[in-house]
Write a protein that binds this ligand. Structure first.
Ligand code: GCB
Length: 593
């Protein structure tokens, strides 16, 4: 699937703004044909945004089930005779859409795009009724999973990940038009041979019998540097300007589909960063040079709009990453908006790209250790069907993000159960799948403290070891000396595996403004001391090639005794003000100061 674009042959129209919105607790809307007419008794809701924090009614905030969104869009007059597509960048966690009463598409998974051709249901110059039913219920067969429990006060959605289950239409929705003969996919893989770069490209097209493909590569100044023809091929670039951390240099590959007499039937622009990624022993190499990750696990999480994408916060967050000396982040715990990855490409920020497979561990719940009363892997819980949904999530992640130079590593799950035979059986084929889909990038998963060295049975499949560890917080709370000893011992065990180790999470909840001379947990001083202790340990273990603090900013969670107005492990507050730890990290990471 290609991202909607405005090009010489393509035109798009955003459907962002206020949509009609209505909850459907009785689940009656489909049978009653709510998609055939304007939604009755609807309120208005912004798109893109989560609906949860826009409202004032707790019952709406916590609602799970069918949620209807509807808008009316006028087709541009110039789209007569064109192929028209309705495209969603995401709808959380699943959706079905109708155009003028006709069902056009259904999609499972809250963080990847989907689309449908709607040509036969619309008319240029006329209005079209676009209706979507989004469903935010989590089950054992959703990624992430959850269950609905019966409680004395009614049904309750339970899930095991430590962030609020925001839902709605979080990213832009588009209508776009192309000619009937059109490109459907472009893949680029890049390599380096000394100063020479090469770009292997593959294209796919539909309704394009007899059409030819022509490609032109231009540098950032617009000068043509290479060209070629054919549905696939290889271009070489002498003295290539490499994409590198901190230097987001991009070439533009224009792919044209040509008809008889050279008419341009379709044109698509793919940005290309020429770089390589490899793992060599305990080193993580970008362009053949050892790379050390500094940065954070993040969230898409903002006041009022929840997981709604916002360009101002994107630009500001990247300013803060640069200010603090972070060269990378992980899309914990789901694929982020595509605009985020485009921006990371242009800014030279390195990304660990994660699926939404979080919470597949019944030893954990909402950041709290302790049995959840279920068995993780069983025919009734996380089962073969779940694994197929998980596999599809990996396919869609790779399909969406394969061309981003910023993405250097796939993370196929966060903190699943990983010390059992069932876990080994579940994950082996998923690693095989990820490798088959993308042989060019390393693959890993994030290991939890419940499967410490040497008990993990899944890390054997990874090219890198990714560890979330909370020595000094959940373990040895307040006793950094004991934490330091225990942490170093475990880490040295992992180092003996001979793979690069990235510490994907380490962090301490910190209430901004709380101070303690004796560095007590929750104080700003303790967060600094906690990070210092971790850094001493990392600096003694050569195999550690990355440190991602948990978390970039404070974020919303479900409520509970372990959370004070959400998770407070942010180095920045939710509104992006620095805690003392931000300055301490800046001193460690900004080598130029
Ligand atoms: C973890 C999870 C993350 C939580 C964090 C915490 O290990 O990966 O989602 O928010 O711990 O703060 O407990």
């Amino acid at each position: 699937m290609l991202r909607p674009q405005d090009t010489a042959t393509r035109e798009r129209k955003p459907l962002t703004g206020l949509w009609r919105f209505k909850l459907d607790p009785a689940g009656e809307g489909r049978a009653a044909g709510w998609f055939t007419r304007p939604l009755a008794a609807a309120r208005e809701m912004p798109v893109p945004a989560s609906f949860n924090d826009v409202v004032t009614d707790p019952a709406v905030r916590e609602y799970f089930g069918d949620i209807w969104y509807q808008t009316t869009a006028r087709m541009p007059r110039g789209w007569d005779g064109q192929r028209v597509v309705l495209h969603f960048e995401s709808a959380t966690h699943r959706a079905t859409a109708w155009v003028n009463g006709a069902e056009v598409v259904s999609h499972e998974g809250g963080y990847t795009p989907f689309e449908a051709e709607v040509t036969e249901h619309v008319q240029a110059g006329e209005e079209a009724l676009v209706t979507v039913v989004v469903n935010n219920t989590l089950s054992w067969q959703s990624i992430p999973p959850g269950v609905i429990e019966d409680t004395p006060s009614g049904k309750r959605q339970v899930y095991w990940h430590d962030f609020f289950n925001y839902a709605g239409i979080h990213r832009p929705v588009w209508l776009y038009a192309t000619g009937h003969a059109h490109l459907t996919d472009v893949t680029v893989v890049t390599g380096l041979d000394g100063a020479t770069g090469w770009i292997e490209y593959r294209t796919e097209a539909e309704r394009a019998d007899g059409a030819q493909v022509k490609v032109v590569l231009r540098d950032a100044d617009g000068a043509e540097v290479a060209s070629g023809g054919g549905a696939s091929g290889t271009l070489t670039v002498e003295n290539a300007h490499r994409w590198a951390p901190g230097d987001g240099y991009l070439y533009d590959l224009e792919v044209q589909l040509l008809g008889e007499a050279g008419t341009v039937l379709d044109s698509y622009h793919q940005s290309v960063g020429v770089r390589t990624v490899a793992v060599d022993g305990t080193r993580f190499l970008i362009n053949g040079e050892p790379f050390r990750f500094t940065g954070f696990g993040k969230h898409e999480d903002l006041a009022v709009i929840g997981k709604g994408h916002n360009d101002a916060f994107l630009a500001h967050d990247v300013e803060l990453l640069n200010w603090i000396g972070a060269n990378s982040f992980r899309t914990s715990h789901y694929p982020y908006a595509e605009a985020v990855l485009d921006y990371a490409d242009r800014q030279g920020i390195v990304v660990i790209d994660e699926t939404a497979a979080v919470g597949l561990n019944m030893g954990l719940g909402g950041g709290i250790f302790g049995g959840q009363g279920y068995t993780t892997f069983s025919p009734e819980t996380v089962n073969d069907q779940t694994r197929e949904v998980h596999a599809q999530a990996i396919r869609e992640l790779v399909a969406r993000d394969k061309n981003h130079p910023s993405v250097v590593l796939w993370s196929i799950a966060n903190e699943p159960e990983s010390d059992t035979e069932a876990a080994e059986r579940y994950f082996r084929p998923l690693f095989e799948l990820a490798r088959e889909l993308d042989p060019t990038r390393p693959v890993g998963f994030v290991n939890v403290l419940l499967a410490p060295y040497p008990t993990c049975r899944v890390s054997q499949f990874g090219d890198v070891v990714m560890l979330n560890r909370y020595y000094g917080w959940y373990l040895h709370t307040g006793d950094l000396e004991a934490a330091e000893r225990a942490w170093e011992e475990e880490l040295k065990g992992w180092a003996s595996e001979g793979k690069p180790i990235i510490i994907t999470e380490y962090g301490a909840d910190t209430y901004p403004g709380l101070h303690a001379l004796m560095a007590q947990p929750w104080s700003e001083e303790y967060q600094v001391a906690f990070l210092d202790m971790n850094h001493r340990v990392f600096d003694r273990v050569d195999a550690v090639v990355g440190e991602h603090v948990w978390a970039f900013a404070d974020f919303a969670t479900t409520s509970g005794i372990m959370r004070v107005g959400g998770n407070k492990k942010g180095v920045f507050t939710r509104d992006r003000e620095p805690k003392a730890a931000a300055h301490a990290l800046r001193r460690r990471w900004r080598k130029d100061l």
